[in-house]
Write a protein that binds this ligand. Structure first.
Ligand SMILES: *Cc1c(COP(=O)(O)O)cnc(C)c1O
Length: 230
């Protein structure tokens, strides 16, 4: 199937999930996850109107950004090492995966050096699987308070990755929990902190995520085809 066709189908499915849950389709944005896929595939999706792309690896992102030039809006969605933050400073519109204060401090430092502010989401590891990154539910509010102090970092919401389930319904409680946590953070009324964005849902479960309040869905294989590795 072509990327143009896949993109259309995904948008239809997103709109239907929004409609089902009484939300409007424009409340949910698609992040096209292009990790391991060639720059040509990104250019193809871009020509079809897709603007926001999510990458997981710093080197891969900087290479593709160099090849593709202006117009594309990059989101960083993978686990991020502090020593690589410098390479993406000013290049990405949103980092979905801030999960510790040391990382947030380095983002603050690097964006400060270029006189800009970086929008971030706090990643929460709701399932507490050891293989997944993310702060624990218990530590979330403390982390948000500390990150909120940093002048060059702005918290826009939360992100999570539930465990894998064959049936997307299995992920629903995790999505619901992220929505609840966002409410809890919002209620704390921390200055400068917004809980506008909920980044949740991937190829296998984005409709369920939308029903539970996702504003950003991160979809890779349903758009670009299966990945051979990673
Ligand atoms: C790879 C990846 C995705 C996309 O996964 P698909 O199942 O291919 O849609 C979404 N989010 C993160 C953090 C990823 O690493």
């Amino acid at each position: 199937m072509s990327i143009a066709y896949n993109l259309e189908v995904i948008h239809q499915r997103m709109a239907e999930a929004a409609r089902k849950s009484g939300r409007s389709a424009d409340q949910v944005r698609l992040v096209a996850v292009s990790k391991t896929k060639p720059a040509e595939a990104i250019a193809d999706a871009f020509r079809c109107g897709q603007q926001v792309f999510g990458e997981n690896y710093v080197q891969e992102l900087t290479e593709k950004a160099g090849l593709l030039g202006e117009g594309i809006r990059w989101h960083f969605i993978g686990s991020l090492q502090s020593n690589k933050v410098r390479q993406i400073a000013g290049m990405v519109e949103l980092i979905h995966s801030v999960d510790r204060i040391s990382l947030a401090r380095e983002i603050d430092r690097q964006w400060g050096l270029i006189g800009k502010v970086c929008d971030v989401l706090i990643q929460v590891n709701i399932s507490q699987e050891e293989t997944k990154s993310g702060t624990t539910t218990a530590d979330l509010l403390d982390l948000v308070r500390q990150v909120a102090e940093l002048p060059h970092v702005r918290i826009k919401g939360l992100m999570t990755m539930p465990p894998f389930f064959d049936d997307p319904e299995g992920a629903r409680p995790y999505f619901r929990e992220l929505q609840r946590l966002a409410g809890e953070v919002a209620a704390a009324g921390i200055p400068g902190v917004e809980m506008k964005e909920l980044s949740m849902g991937m190829s296998g479960d984005f409709e369920v995520a939308i029903e539970e309040g996702a504003t950003l869905v991160r979809v890779g294989s349903a758009l670009f085809g299966e990945r051979v590795y990673r």
